[in-house]
Write a protein that binds this ligand. Structure first.
Ligand SMILES: Cc1cc2nc3c(=O)[nH]c(=O)nc-3n(C[C@H](O)[C@H](O)[C@H](O)COP(=O)(O)OP(=O)(O)OC[C@H]3O[C@@H](n4cnc5c(N)ncnc54)[C@H](O)[C@@H]3O)c2cc1C
Ligand SMILES: *[C@@H]1O[C@H](CO)[C@@H](O)[C@H](O)[C@H]1NC(C)=O
Ligand SMILES: *[C@@H]1O[C@H](CO)[C@@H](O)[C@H](O)[C@H]1NC(C)=O
Ligand SMILES: *[C@@H]1O[C@H](CO)[C@@H](O)[C@H](O)[C@H]1NC(C)=O
Ligand SMILES: *[C@@H]1O[C@H](CO)[C@@H](O)[C@H](O)[C@H]1NC(C)=O
Ligand SMILES: *[C@@H]1O[C@H](CO)[C@@H](O)[C@H](O)[C@H]1NC(C)=O
Ligand SMILES: *[C@@H]1O[C@H](CO)[C@@H](O)[C@H](O)[C@H]1NC(C)=O
Length: 530
């Protein structure tokens, strides 16, 4: 806007005229944005078919289809002025160019699993760039690689691999509806991390649309930016169109098991022992510990049940002696174990029964619930007495579970500066805290969010400190934020920057300054430029 210095005589008239103009064209940034799009899109792929404004009949269903946390689908949740469901790479380019030139913020959404809704909520006028139509998966099995577009889900990736090969897999997460775009850029992990590291440890190239609408690959974006998007969150740097990933070998059969013990059945002793051995177990073996609140044997009395959920990259006959030797306290029996192809194990980990046909992996219907998630890193075993206090705290909260995910193996070999993800050697396990509820309304939200925060407070003595580390893909706005529309370097460095990235934060700032010096790509926890 041009600066004007009106004389006081004219002031009234001008203000009145301005107000009139603003009112008459109150949706003009949006209209200008929409009219701008065709000028920057591929002529054979019109953007008109990709735009949903608040007037469109399918606006709501498109918006809601990929909101996994119901806390961000209420009537008071700020809504995008429009959703651009890109059908062609040029639509991504056009959205960036036109949003920038017409003063709209964009939020980028792939699978919509962000725990704090940052992919579809902002406090300032914004549009959502929705990637779900850009979901092709090109496998090159001769070379053991694949190009995967951001809008694909990890379930689709697992399924496509299995249709062509039974010797390859990919070390990504457990929930099949999670989007490739957010999952990988946040440093996503799964049950093969002890053998193969994180998703980002198996990425070899990427296509990124930058703030000027240019499509860059690893070579043209440069090593600093390519490093940054592998765990620094994509949304600070540009829009990731696709990732080139390295598939990893899996045996023809893997073994899964789920051993459950309540505290009355000795769960505390076994979980304590798990803390001592879990990082040292054979790297083919991953055992997640999952404490949750269940009904006790006495009427009306809750207790804690701990599930030991395991995956072994091999057959039962090799697993049993191994567990008998390194973790006999688990008491694992042959009858607890099932041998299945790797792809069937992804169905088991998604919490479906083991016989469920694997085409469930193609379902894009996500489970939706009100939730608050948080994370912590544990560097020394939690004493048994403290574990008992933790169980008591959980029983009082009722709607809560935890997952303890063991590190060690490959996770401890990779340098903490190899990618922005800094939580490598020295960590025993990652805790995810998950508080959930079904009641609508602000009262329930306040109650459960408050519980989640007090539980986190309670855990302080047992977890990492200075900084209290956190996992980006388990996004938590409580650890520090900036406003939607500006990113303060000092706030970022002091709070979420050091917790998510530790010493890697400064290199992320450097990469941000190279690729988006004007800070167009921003959200409450984005990386600021210098
Ligand atoms: C039920 C459930 C299970 C989960 N299980 C696991 C697990 O096993 N392992 C694990 O590591 N994590 C897990 N997560 C966390 C998950 O990895 C993160 O929430 C991840 O960021 C989700 O990616 P998305 O594309 O679905 O989310 P979105 O909400 O679409 O995006 C998340 C973030 O990434 C940004 N982003 C998305 N796409 C792009 C893109 N193309 N370019 C640039 N930025 C982009 C968004 O703007 C946002 O900031 C789980 C989450 C849920 C809800
Ligand atoms: C939405 O509809 C209203 C009323 O019909 C109209 O005034 C407005 O311009 C429309 N907005 C868009 C973005 O199409
Ligand atoms: C637990 O007990 C409550 C009643 O106290 C009951 O409503 C609920 O269905 C039970 N849950 C399970 C999983 O058995
Ligand atoms: C476990 O090892 C012990 C000896 O250390 C042996 O007596 C026992 O039979 C083994 N159990 C299984 C299930 O292999
Ligand atoms: C694995 O999944 C396939 C496809 O759904 C199914 O046919 C097969 O029976 C499953 N295998 C086992 C061992 O469950
Ligand atoms: C929040 O939770 C704590 C501990 O559970 C409790 O003491 C406190 O009263 C709660 N506050 C609110 C506002 O609910
Ligand atoms: C951010 O938005 C707030 C209100 O939404 C506004 O007051 C402030 O000026 C904006 N800041 C910037 C840097 O745009």
């Amino acid at each position: 806007m041009k600066r004007m210095k009106p004389s006081s005589l004219l002031l009234n008239t001008i203000v009145t005229m301005l107000l009139y103009v603003l009112q008459a064209t109150s949706d003009s940034p949006l209209n200008n944005f929409i009219h701008c799009l065709p000028h920057h899109s591929h002529p054979k792929s019109p953007t008109s078919a990709a735009i949903y404004t608040q007037n469109s009949s399918s606006y709501s269903s498109i918006l809601l289809a990929r909101i996994s946390n119901l806390r961000f689908s209420t009537s008071s949740t700020p809504k995008p002025l429009a959703i651009i469901a890109a059908k062609h790479e040029s639509h991504v380019q056009a959205t960036i160019i036109c949003a920038k030139s017409h003063g709209l913020q964009i939020r980028i959404r792939s699978g919509g699993h962000d725990y704090e809704g940052l992919s579809y909520v902002s406090e300032v006028p914004f549009v959502v760039l929705d990637m779900f139509n850009l979901r092709s998966i090109h496998l090159n099995l001769a070379n053991g690689i694949a190009w995967v577009q951001s809008g694909a889900t990890i379930g689709e990736l697992y399924y496509r691999i299995s249709q062509r090969s039974n010797v390859y897999g990919f070390p990504a997460g457990a929930c099949p509806t999670v989007g490739i775009g957010g999952h990988i850029s946040g440093g996503g992990y799964g049950n093969m991390m002890r053998k193969y590291g994180l998703t980002v440890d198996n990425v070899i190239d990427a296509k990124l649309v930058d703030v000027n609408g240019r499509i860059l690959d690893r070579k043209s974006m440069g090593e600093d930016v390519f490093w940054a998007i592998r765990g620094g969150g994509g949304s600070s740097f540009g829009v990731i169109l696709s990732w080139k990933i390295k598939l990893v070998p899996v045996p023809p059969k893997v073994t899964v098991f789920r051993v459950k013990k309540t505290i009355e059945e000795g769960a505390t002793d076994v979980a304590y022992q798990w803390q001592l051995v879990a990082t040292k177990l054979h790297e083919d073996l991953f055992i997640r510990v999952m404490p949750e609140v269940v009904n006790g044997s006495k009427e009306g009395k809750k207790t804690i049940q701990v599930s030991f959920i395991g995956q072994f990259l091999g057959e039962i006959d090799r697993l049993l002696p191994l567990v008998n030797k390194s973790f006999p306290e688990l008491g694992l029996q042959r009858s607890d174990c099932t041998e299945i192809p790797w792809v069937n194990s992804t169905v088991f980990w998604a919490d479906y029964s083991i016989e469920t046909p694997i085409n469930i992996l193609l379902s894009r219907k996500l489970s939706q619930i009100f939730l608050k998630s948080k994370s912590d890193y544990v560097k020394k075993p939690i004493p048994k007495a403290a574990m008992e206090k933790i169980w008591d705290f959980m029983v009082k909260g009722e709607n809560v579970w935890m997952q303890w995910n063991p590190y060690g193996g490959r996770m401890h070999e990779i340098s903490p500066s190899a990618t922005p993800f800094p939580h490598r050697a020295g960590n025993l396990f990652l805790i995810q805290y998950y508080t959930f509820w079904e009641e609508e309304g602000i009262e329930a939200t306040n109650h459960y969010v408050n519980f989640s925060r007090s539980f986190y407070e309670f855990m302080t003595p047992y977890v990492s400190r200075s900084p209290r580390e956190a996992f980006l893909d388990y996004r938590d706005l409580d650890i520090g934020t900036n406003p939607s529309n500006s990113t303060n370097l000092h706030i970022a460095r002091r709070t979420y920057g050091s917790k998510y990235y530790k010493d890697n934060f400064e290199r992320l700032v450097h990469a941000k300054t190279l690729i988006d010096p004007e800070n167009f790509f921003k959200d409450e926890q984005s990386i600021p430029p210098h």
